[in-house]
Write a protein that binds this ligand. Structure first.
Ligand code: PLP
Length: 412
């Protein structure tokens, strides 16, 4: 199996510093340690510093991520600077609320908003943000959720903006009121309306666009929330929507920003973020289960700092070149077509879509890639293969390209 074939190789063809931990499979593939990226533990089959190979011992098989920031695939890898901060934090006791305050202030200043808090992910930010809108600073109300006695109990959303993650809002006990037109929205706003929820990715499919949505909220004095979980790059989105006037904006910490996977951010109005904090740990509250430890909190801050310093132009070129490489390898196989495209809003980075000849099943290719050596995670949407290149470590695009070609060429 994959783990038994591990041995060290020196590779001169890959433009990387440091040593390489490789596997020689039947396919003669090499895995480059992501030294420049600092992937903890190195390449796919690398052991920890103490020699332990925890995942292998558990029978859990790591893979090259050619899919993207999917939670089910553990989304992203933290840079070494973030891991350093996490290590540092793990050695000290601090008061959780004091750290929460200071980290929140720093993030708010970096992201040009009034206030910020680290949550245990974007979904958690949606939940404690909604809870804060409902309770304000009233501790008695905090204790009552998800029962809404004496509180507003409706959240308005455009029908075309309904999404799986709105469960995080509904978890606070509110009812979602669906509208389509501006007129319907105006009519739906009553003294029961607690908040208006917007799904950033669907801006262009709803009849009420972001700026108009914010205007309606302001005019009627209803707080607005925008879920932007997966919406960096571009980096400017981190301040665009709070500047636009959304009262609360949520981001994932462990997707494109590459902070801890179980961290995220709630950005926005000071009074609402303070109220959200009351509904979050260490307080006994509806959000008590959404704990963020000191390590993740600091890791999130450092990930944001690092993200803001990134050379996005260079990175975009790199992601695009990787996509071209894989696309070219795919189309070199008879009957295979491929296109590179960049989604407009969420996961705004190069993706590759591969169309297969009729005798090949997409699910079989996905399975062969995952079960091969090295293991590579790609996805299929119907009969098309879909990949993205931004969660690959340096050099892995070449491995994916080569392996994909082999699998596509294999006789069924
Ligand atoms: C990923 C995602 C979430 C959840 O984010 P977590 O940080 O994993 O909690 C919420 N909304 C959207 C649109 C997402 O893509």
């Amino acid at each position: 199996m994959w783990a038994r074939r591990r041995f060290l190789e020196t590779i001169s063809t890959l433009p990387l510093v440091g040593g390489f931990i490789g596997t020689s499979g039947t396919l003669g593939t090499v895995l480059a340690e992501g030294a420049a990226e600092g992937a903890a533990g190195g390449g796919v089959a690398a052991a920890a510093k103490n020699g332990s190979d925890y995942f292998r011992d558990l029978g859990v098989r790591p893979f090259i991520n050619a899919s993207g920031t999917y939670t089910a695939m553990t989304a992203s890898l933290m840079p070494p600077e973030v891991m350093d901060a996490i290590q540092y934090a793990s050695k000290h006791f601090v008061m959780l609320d004091e750290l929460h305050d200071r980290v929140g202030e720093r993030i708010a200043s970096l992201l040009k908003c009034e206030a910020a808090m680290v949550s245990s992910g974007a979904a958690s930010a949606m939940m404690v943000g909604t809870a804060g809108v409902l309770t304000g600073l009233d501790r008695e109300k905090v204790g009552k959720l998800p029962k809404l006695d004496g509180m507003k109990n409706e959240v308005i959303i455009q029908k075309s903006h309904r999404f799986g993650y709105d469960h995080a809002v509904r978890a606070c006990g509110v009812t979602l009121v669906e509208v389509e037109t501006r007129e319907e929205m105006e009519k739906a706003i009553t003294d029961k309306t607690a908040m208006m929820l917007f799904y950033n990715n669907n801006n262009s499919v709803g009849q009420i666009r972001d700026e108009e949505f914010v205007k309606i909220g302001k005019a009627r004095n209803v707080p607005t929330m925008n879920d932007c979980a997966a919406d960096v790059p571009p980096v400017e989105n981190l301040w665009k929507y709070t500047a636009m006037g959304f009262d609360l904006v949520t981001f994932s910490g462990g997707k494109g920003i590459r902070g801890p996977q179980s961290a995220g951010m709630l950005l926005g109005r000071k009074d609402l973020v303070a109220a959200a904090r009351l509904n979050a740990p260490p307080n006994a509250s509806i959000g008590r289960g959404l704990k963020v430890n000191k390590e993740e909190m600091l890791g999130m801050l450092v990930a944001v700092e690092l993200f803001l310093k990134k050379d996005f132009e260079k990175e975009a070129k790199d992601f695009a070149a990787r996509a071209e490489e894989i696309s070219k390898a795919a189309t070199s196989v008879a009957g295979v077509k491929a296109e590179v495209w960049v989604p407009e809003v969420a996961n705004h980075v190069p993706h590759i879509r591969v169309s297969l000849p009729a005798d090949k099943k997409a699910a079989d290719i996905v399975k062969a890639m995952r079960e091969g050596d090295p293991s590579i995670a790609i996805r299929n949407e119907g009969e098309q293969l879909v990949m993205s290149t931004w969660m690959m470590r340096p050099g892995e695009d070449k491995i994916v390209a080569k392996r994909l070609k082999q699998v596509l060429e294999a006789k069924a």
